[in-house]
Structures are given as structure tokens and as C-alpha cells.
Design a binder for this molecule. Structure first.
Ligand SMILES: O=C(O)CCC(=O)C(=O)O
Length: 262
């Protein structure tokens, strides 16, 4: 593992504080290949465990679009996300020691859908301060649906529409910047940084892992977060809630993927 975040990180912290996002190169090619093989492991898991798999209907048929709550079941990914340079950088950017709040892999396989413009904060209860990171598992670019962010817009919450997303009238006024990443690069972003992503219109998968951290002083709330998510999703299913042709995989309704019909 090649850790470049160690010594002179002050300029990067200043960039993050100013813009609300930051790219770091924490891992060399060999380590990026290891991350890829660990994500292959999780991608192959069926629905028999306590991890949470989500699926979407695409032109290529039903595809896995997300797995979350996987760190208890994969030792190498747990070590990657809960210790070492990832936790260290999260703590430096938060300004105090960090703890993992939640973790997900968005697969966005060829044909997979993207996300409408949103801030993460409304989907992350119990806390004031979070920081998320996109760890690029495959190269991400505009063809396969990299993230797009808005700089210097992380100081306040934008009132949301009925789906919990940024209203179209506001989206049109924001300056969106695509952030292509090489596999192994990491994009850190504030939970109020507006972001969105395109559908994967290419023939190449765009898998990405997203750990979210909070200040340890606010508590270790990961189990509480997932208990809330599981109970809201169970209720949603029991109610047979209609979602206007989208499958809901977050506590807000930001994902454009279609539900798989049985
Ligand atoms: O993976 C993506 O393309 C966007 C993900 C995202 O914004 C989210 O999961 O909240």
C-alpha cells in the first residue's frame, strides 16, 4: 500500500475545506487490484447472509446494483475501511478521530442507472458531520457514470423536493463538475456537497465503494443506522409502496434504477 497522505497534508485539507471535496492517491496499482478482487468477492455473494443486496432492472436484465453492510463479513475490506490510511484521512478531513458510519458498494454495471442530484446529509440520520469517500474500483469517467460534484457548496442544506433530492430548478443553477477517477483513486466529499451521476451507457462496469465516516466523538452509530434502514425498508415493503417506477435503495429516493419485477 502506498500512503501518500501522511506528511504534508495541510494543503489538501485546505482544498477540501474550501471546495467540499478532494481526490487522494492512497493506493498503488497492486493494491487497487487487491481492492478489485475483494469487491469481486462481495459481488458474488447471494442473498442468504446479513449483508444487504439490492437489484435493478436494466436492458441487460436484472443486475445487482448495491451491496451494503459487508464489513462484518469480509476481513480485508473491514481492515481497509476501518483502519489505516482511509480512517486516517477521514479523521484529518473531519478534524478529529473518525469511525465508520456505513459502507456500500455501488456496482453500476454496464447498463446500470445513475443518481439524481442530492446532498447525502438528509439520508444520514443521528449526526451533524459526515464525510464520504468514493473508492474507484474500476476506472470511472463520463461514459460509465462518474460522480459530478458542485464545489464550494457544502455549507448549507438545500431544501429538497418530495424525493429528498435537489429540486430541478436549483440543479439548473449549479456548476456541475465531472470527476473522472482511475481505479484505486479516492474522492472524498462532504455530506452537504451536491453530487449526482449519469447512467452507465458504456460496455464497461463502473464499480465504486463508498465508506462514510463520522467524528468518533459523536459515537459509533453504524448498527443504529442499519437498524433504522432495515426497519424503514421492511415497512416500505409491507406497505407495498409505489415508487414511480424507481427502486428505492437509500433512505432518500435518489437512485434512478428500475425495480426488478418477479
Ligand atoms: O455511485 C454513484 O454513481 C452515485 C452514488 C450516490 O450518489 C449515492 O449512493 O448516494
Amino acid at each position: 500500500m502506498n500512503v501518500t497522505a501522511a506528511a504534508n497534508f495541510d494543503d489538501q485539507i485546505a482544498f477540501y475545506k474550501h471546495n467540499g471535496w478532494l481526490i487522494t492517491d492512497l493506493f498503488d496499482e497492486g493494491f487497487a487490484a487487491s481492492i478489485k478482487s475483494w469487491v469481486d468477492d462481495v459481488q458474488s455473494w447471494d442473498d442468504s447472509g446479513q449483508w444487504l443486496n439490492h437489484y435493478e432492472a436494466t436492458e441487460h436484465g436484472a443486475q445487482k446494483c448495491r451491496t451494503e453492510y459487508f464489513t462484518p463479513f469480509h476481513q480485508s475490506l473491514r481492515a481497509l475501511l476501518c483502519a489505516g490510511p482511509m480512517l486516517d484521512v477521514a479523521g484529518k478531513l473531519l478534524g478529529e478521530p473518525a469511525v465508520l458510519y456505513k459502507e456500500k458498494i455501488n456496482y453500476k454495471l454496464a447498463g446500470g442507472a445513475g443518481w439524481d442530484a442530492h446532498q447525502d446529509a438528509p439520508a444520514y440520520p443521528f449526526l451533524d458531520q459526515h464525510i464520504s469517500c468514493m473508492v474507484a474500483v474500476d476506472d470511472a469517467n463520463q461514459e460509465n457514470g462518474c460522480l459530478e460534484v458542485v464545489s464550494q457548496h457544502h455549507h448549507e442544506l438545500i431544501p429538497t423536493d418530495s424525493r429528498g433530492c435537489i429540486p430541478d430548478s436549483v440543479v439548473a443553477t449549479l456548476d456541475w463538475q465531472p470527476v473522472p477517477l482511475r481505479a484505486g483513486q479516492t474522492l472524498w466529499f462532504h455530506s452537504r456537497t451536491p453530487h449526482r451521476s449519469g447512467d452507465n451507457k458504456s460496455t464497461r462496469n463502473r464499480r465504486a465503494m463508498y465508506p462514510t465516516y463520522n467524528a468518533a466523538s459523536e459515537g459509533d452509530l453504524r448498527e443504529q443506522y442499519y437498524a433504522k434502514k432495515r426497519s424503514e425498508f421492511a415497512q416500505h415493503q409491507q406497505d407495498g409502496a409505489e415508487n414511480n417506477g424507481r427502486v428505492q435503495i437509500s433512505l432518500i429516493d435518489d437512485f434512478r434504477g428500475k425495480p426488478v419485477t418477479k
